[in-house]
Design a protein around this ligand. Sequence first.
Ligand SMILES: NC(=O)c1ccc[n+]([C@@H]2O[C@H](COP(=O)([O-])OP(=O)(O)OC[C@H]3O[C@@H](n4cnc5c(N)ncnc54)[C@H](OP(=O)(O)O)[C@@H]3O)[C@@H](O)[C@H]2O)c1
Length: 221
Amino acid sequence: MRVVVAGGHGQIGLRLLRLLDGGGHAAVGLVRNPDHVADIEQFGAAAVVVDLETDDVARVAEAIRGSDAVVFAAGSGPGSGVARKRTMDRDGAVLLADAAVAGGVRRFLLVSSINAIRPGDEGYDDEPGEGDVFGVYLRAKGTAEAAVLDRDLDVVVLRPGRLTDSPGTGLVRLAASVPRGDVPRDDVAAVLLALLDAGTVDATVELVSGETEITAAVGTA
Ligand SMILES: NC(=O)c1ccc[n+]([C@@H]2O[C@H](COP(=O)([O-])OP(=O)(O)OC[C@H]3O[C@@H](n4cnc5c(N)ncnc54)[C@H](OP(=O)(O)O)[C@@H]3O)[C@@H](O)[C@H]2O)c1
């Protein structure tokens, strides 16, 4: 399978590209910084320079055309303010979905967040103040989810809990709704690979550490 990972130089993105390469897939990382290309190529993946906040749909579609699946693992990062929650976490994901449609890539995996708030959810219209960066982020993620699901794509929305850099355990809790908790980035990447390998579509699932082996958990998603 040829899989494109947006946010390819991110902490989950790099882990997923390594796993894809190790699993015999053709892996392609989208990066916005040309200096990051070599880091990705060194373990066998290809890299394409794309900026999801400034490039247009046609440019991104060209970068992903011919792939079997695309994964949105990009993000504005913890140091960013409300503006980039909207331009990156919301609009960047929607741009990638529009590019997937334009480029004929049907499978789309969106890394969202536990407790993302979609339009229509309770509290969505309670406009968070500009100082409430996390409130804006959860609404940006929820709005992106709704927009991606509205496209003619085969979508999986994965909503991890708080990400950690602890070593992965391979044991998770993955369901439509799970209690709030942490999850190692290692395990998020492994779940993404398992979802791709299983051909899972039409699912929105939350993810935290748990007691179920990843392949088994994905089998019931
Ligand atoms: N932190 C948490 O606890 C938590 C919880 C649930 C979900 N999430 C979500 O999990 C996902 C991945 O998290 P992570 O920790 O792996 O993120 P990360 O390490 O911050 O990686 C994000 C990547 O996105 C890239 N990016 C930023 N702006 C971009 C743009 N305009 N165009 C293209 N790429 C751009 C960054 O590129 P540069 O390297 O050039 O900056 C970076 O490589 C994110 O969507 C995040 O919102 C996080």
